[in-house]
Design a protein around this ligand. Structure first.
Ligand code: FES
Length: 75
């Protein structure tokens, strides 16, 4: 089973669960290798263009990001 999930956030969500140790940063972009925590991978989204959908494929080091026309789903 596989799942496609889309994200439009370009940075983490700070949360402070205990009011003592400061904020922790939860990944909201979907690109972190340290989920659920932000590892800074969202930096690659900085130059994304409005209105364009991107697909990131971490198995391609030279071109990990591709603009796609749309994501098609089977019903
Ligand atoms: S928000 Fe996803 S890596 Fe930072």
């Amino acid at each position: 089973m596989a799942r496609e999930v889309t994200h439009d956030a370009t940075g983490p969500t700070p949360i402070d669960p205990d009011d003592h140790d400061g904020d922790i940063y939860v990944c909201s972009c979907g690109l972190s290798d340290d989920e659920p925590f932000c590892d800074g991978s969202h930096a690659v989204t900085a130059d994304e263009e409005d209105g364009v959908t991107y697909k990131y494929e971490n198995d391609d080091d030279e071109e990990p990001r591709h603009a796609v026309d749309s994501l098609e789903y089977d019903e």
